[in-house]
Every structure is written in structure tokens, then in C-alpha cells.
Ligand binder design. Structure first.
Ligand code: GTP
Length: 501
């Protein structure tokens, strides 16, 4: 379909604010999934089935939407259910999934780079949370159109007026511009679909230019190899075409290109603006990097990759050991298998007098660490013990050399160290304002430096601190939760290395 009729959107939401339920309603209302086949959390379940061996991941789904024809001057809401007239124009709406947690912030930014707009989805009984704010700011940075939506208006505890005010303040719109829906009952969803095509701009790539497609997600399929999710920014990608991954410097042939609608459907080609998947017989997910650019191999190649590629960098380190020493080879195999689908995971063997043989592992953050450990135990039936997490320090030695250390036992003699640098993060906390004192005290005890405080509403505040990552990887979150009776939410992102004692 031509670019003018393409839209790609993502939903930014806090856990449980209703992203899956809204996706279900959109799939249903656009006829992508028939009422008969509909089951709750349709897309999430496709992921689950993948874990059981049927390999489908719904990182991006294409829906067709025939726009309602509304004569000038008539409001959408004046139209009855019969307003789904077939004389409107047909659009393609791609729903792109974003990873839900800050540990994957870079990947969120690449998913957003593949979008034209976002739905900012907020529970009308809860209001905005820290995670939502971080991702919202990423979307604002990416220059995306933001459609604010309050969900769950059917709940008796919903306070749409209050939270519409909060959101309007935050993104600079009128409270009346905030959509009010119930993803459960379907109320307000037709208007929302209409707004997606009306408000979100069409992509503006160059169909005549050399192919450039952005890889925004990938996973490993045991039968087909790596499946990359891409958006064609310029040019066209055809199946059987020789292609090149520009950052990885990898040349292969595109075996199959296709779209998810909602299951995988091969197509001859993906045109400028289109979103789909690419299979090219690649066996290692670490070769297909999120943020890489696919272009044509040979003379037709683009000169410059799309900007914004970044290597994932482990931030938190811990030793992982089998409780039963004989399980060491099993642990190695398990890590090798996990690595197939997780290029951010790094590990090297280490040994300890107390724990025997194990691995020093590097993770993107705390959640990544928890998920990995959980999967090792659950999927590979291993009993593990993990050392307390630590961060990496950079040393400048008296002889002028620089050295990264990731394990406290590698710290050289104090007299040989000139300077020490440690990783800092920008921490964002959203909390009821009555807990400001508790939060500030907690952050200050952890060497935090207050950067910003901003009232979302008279009762809720957003606080930003810069603090050492090493101070938050250990029970900071638990203390924050207990100090605020569970009401505060937390998010953080790396801001570089700073001098340390
Ligand atoms: P995760 O998958 O955990 O990230 O959550 P999510 O954001 O996808 O939320 P999900 O769609 O799973 O919804 C969370 C809960 O809220 C579920 O129990 C839904 O049934 C419920 N829910 C979602 N939308 C609505 C709504 O409009 N009204 C009501 N009453 N409940 C809703």
C-alpha cells in the first residue's frame, strides 16, 4: 500500500493499564482476528505458544482499517454503529510492541524509531507511573505524535477528569483532547481508531532511494533461524534479494519477507513505510542487532545506515553458580542456549573458593538479571546460587593504563590506583507528594543528587535524581516501596561514568 495510507504506532503503558486488552479490541474491531477466534490477550498468547515450540512472536501486527466517511462538520460520535461505511479509504495500521521495562530502554527507543505515533495509555483509576513517563519522554524525543488515552472508564473508581487534567498538563494539550475508553467493553475504541489515521502522520521515506530498513526486534526460531522485525524506511525489500546488515557487515539473501496479520504471511516485497519480518537463514541472533540497518548488497547499497545504532552494554554483574558442582556443564549449555535469543547477555567462567565453578554474568539491569536467573532455573531445571549484584568500575592506574573491573575480587592494590569511575543513573520516581520527604532522605543516603522536582498534579510529584547505579541495585526499590506504602514507582537510565571514592 502507498505510504500515505500507512501508519505505525506503539502503545506506551504501565503494567496492567490495559495494553493487551486494547490490542485485542483493535484486532477485533479491524477484523484482523474474527470474533470467533478471539481469545483474551491474543498477542501475548502467541508469544507463549512460541515458548512451547510453535514459533510466532507478535512484535508487530498489521491491521487493515477502512476509514469511516464523515461529512464535514459532523462529529464521529454522532454516528451510530452503522457508521462503518465501506466507502471510506483503506489504511494499514501497524501495531508495534515495545519491551515493557527500563532495562530494555534502548530497545524501546528502536521500536519507537520504527513508529509514526504512540498511544499513551493510562489507567483512569491509577494515573501516570514512572515507567510510562520514561517511555513518553523517549517518544517526545523521537518527535512522535502522541495520542493520550484514559482506559478503564467503566470502573467505578475511575477518575477520568482528574487524570485528563494531569495528562494535559504533562504533554501540553487540553483535557478534552484526552480520549476516554474502556478496552474491556469497547467503548470509545472506534473513535480512537479514527484518530490514529487522522492524527498520526504518514511516514515520509523515499521509495526511489536505496533500501534502508530498520531492525527493531529479532528472535531466534529453531527451524528458520533468526527472524528480524523491520520497518522499510526507504526503498523496497523483496524476497530472494541479496541484502546487507550494515552494522554487522553481514551479507545474506532474504529467504522470506512477510507481514504478521496476525500470523506470519509471506509477501513478495515490503515497500517504503511497511512493517514486517525478514528471514535470511542466519543462525545467531547476535548477528542481527536491534538498531541495525538492512540495505541491498552490492552496488545498490545505501551509503549511510540509519542513525541511532548502539551496542547493548551490560551494567550489572553477578556470579552465578550451580548448587550442585556437577551441574557446571549443564549451566554452560543453558547459558549458551539463552544467549541464542538474548544478545545482551554476557558471561565468562569464574571460580570461587566458597562456591566452586560458575560464571560471571553481565546484565542490562536488575530485571534482566532476575529474568535470566529465573529462566535458567525454570527452563533448564538448575538449582543456582547468585552472588550479590555489583556494577563495573573503571580504574585509571598510576602507570596511566585504564582497566575495567567487573568483580570486586579483581580490585588491584589501592596504591596502584590513580582514579576510580563508577556508572551513574538518572532515577525517576513518581509518587504521591506526601512521601517527598521520605524519598529525598532515601536518595540522599544513597549519594543521590536532586536534579528536578515537578508536580504532575497537586497530589503527585515526579522527582529526578542522579545517583550511582551501585546504590540502587541493592534493595533500593524495596526500601522505596516500603517507605511509600507501595505507591511510588521507579525507573532509571544510565547517564555515564563519574568519579568515585
Ligand atoms: P501486562 O500484559 O501485564 O503488561 O498488562 P497490560 O498492560 O497488557 O494489561 P492487560 O490488558 O492485561 O489488563 C490488565 C487488567 O486490567 C486485566 O485484568 C484486564 O482485564 C483489565 N482491564 C483492561 N482494560 C480494562 C477496562 O477497560 N476496564 C476494566 N474494568 N478492566 C480492564
Amino acid at each position: 500500500m502507498d505510504q500515505a495510507h500507512q501508519r505505525a504506532i506503539a502503545v506506551i503503558a504501565h503494567i496492567d493499564h490495559g495494553k493487551s486488552t486494547l490490542s485485542d479490541r483493535l484486532l477485533q474491531l479491524t477484523g484482523t482476528v474474527s470474533d470467533r477466534d478471539m481469545r483474551e490477550q491474543y498477542l501475548d498468547r502467541m508469544d507463549l505458544e512460541r515458548e512451547r515450540g510453535i514459533t510466532i512472536k507478535a512484535a508487530a501486527v498489521r491491521m487493515e482499517y477502512r476509514r469511516v466517511r464523515v461529512p464535514t462538520g459532523e462529529a464521529m460520535s454522532d454516528r451510530g454503529p452503522g457508521a462503518q461505511a465501506s466507502d471510506g479509504e483503506l489504511y494499514e495500521i501497524n501495531l508495534i510492541d515495545t519491551p515493557g521495562h527500563v532495562d530494555f530502554g534502548y530497545e524501546v527507543s528502536r521500536s519507537l524509531a520504527a513508529c509514526d505515533g504512540v498511544l499513551l495509555l493510562i489507567d483512569a483509576a491509577q494515573g501516570i507511573e514512572a515507567q510510562t513517563l520514561t517511555n513518553l519522554y523517549l517518544a517526545v524525543d523521537a518527535g512522535l505524535e502522541i495520542i493520550p488515552v484514559l482506559n478503564k472508564i467503566d470502573l467505578p473508581a475511575a477518575q477520568p477528569e482528574k487524570y485528563a487534567e494531569e495528562i494535559a498538563q504533562l504533554i501540553g494539550c487540553e483535557p478534552a483532547d484526552v480520549f476516554r475508553i474502556s478496552a474491556k467493553t469497547g467503548e470509545g475504541i472506534p473513535d480512537l481508531l479514527e484518530a490514529i489515521v487522522a492524527k498520526v502522520p504518514a511516514p515520509t521515506g523515499k521509495p526511489e532511494a536505496p533500501l534502508r530498513a530498520l531492525v527493531f526486534d529479532s528472535y531466534y526460531d529453531a527451524y528458520r533461524g533468526v527472524v528480524a522485525y523491520i520497518r522499510v524506511i526507504d526503498g523496497r525489500l523483496s524476497s530472494r534479494q541479496p541484502i546487507r546488515f550494515m552494522v554487522a557487515e553481514l551479507e545474506v539473501e532474504a529467504d522470506e519477507v512477510g507481514i504478521m496479520s496476525p500470523g506470519p504471511t509471506p509477501v513478495d516485497s515490503l515497500d517504503t513505510g511497511e512493517v514486517g519480518y525478514l528471514v535470511a537463514g542466519i543462525k545467531e541472533v547476535s548477528l542481527v542487532k536491534v538498531g541495525d540497518t538492512v540495505t541491498a548488497a552490492g552496488k545498490a547499497a545505501a551509503e549511510e545506515p540509519l542513525h541511532g545504532y548502539r551496542e547493548p552494554k551490560p551494567m550489572v554483574f553477578a556470579g552465578i553458580y550451580p548448587i550442585n558442582g556437577d551441574d557446571f556443564p549443564l549451566l554452560r549449555d543453558a547459558l549458551d542456549k539463552l544467549k541464542l535469543n538474548d544478545s545482551a547477555l554476557v558471561y565468562e567462567p569464574e571460580s570461587s573458593t566458597a562456591l566452586g565453578f560458575g560464571f560471571r554474568c553481565g546484565f542490562l539491569g536488575l530485571l534482566h538479571m532476575e529474568i535470566t536467573r529465573d529462566r535458567l532455573e525454570r527452563e533448564f531445571d538448575l538449582e543456582l546460587i547468585a552472588t550479590a549484584p555489583s556494577v563495573g568500575y573503571e580504574l585509571v592506574l598510576t602507570d596511566g593504563n585504564r582497566k575495567m573491573i567487573r568483580n570486586p575480587t579483581d580490585m588491584p592494590d589501592r596504591s596502584t590506583i590513580e582514579e576510580i569511575y563508577e556508572p551513574y543513573v538518572s532515577v525517576m520516581i513518581v509518587s504521591p507528594s506526601e512521601y517527598i520527604g521520605t524519598i529525598m532522605q532515601l536518595c540522599q543516603e544513597r549519594r543521590g543528587e536532586l536534579k528536578e522536582m515537578h508536580y504532575l498534579s497537586p497530589e503527585r510529584v515526579e522527582i529526578r535524581y542522579h545517583m550511582p547505579l551501585g546504590e540502587i541495585i541493592f534493595d533500593f526499590f524495596d526500601q522505596l516501596k516500603s517507605g511509600t506504602k507501595g505507591y511510588a514507582s521507579l525507573d532509571y537510565e544510565p547517564v555515564g561514568m563519574n568519579p568515585s571514592e
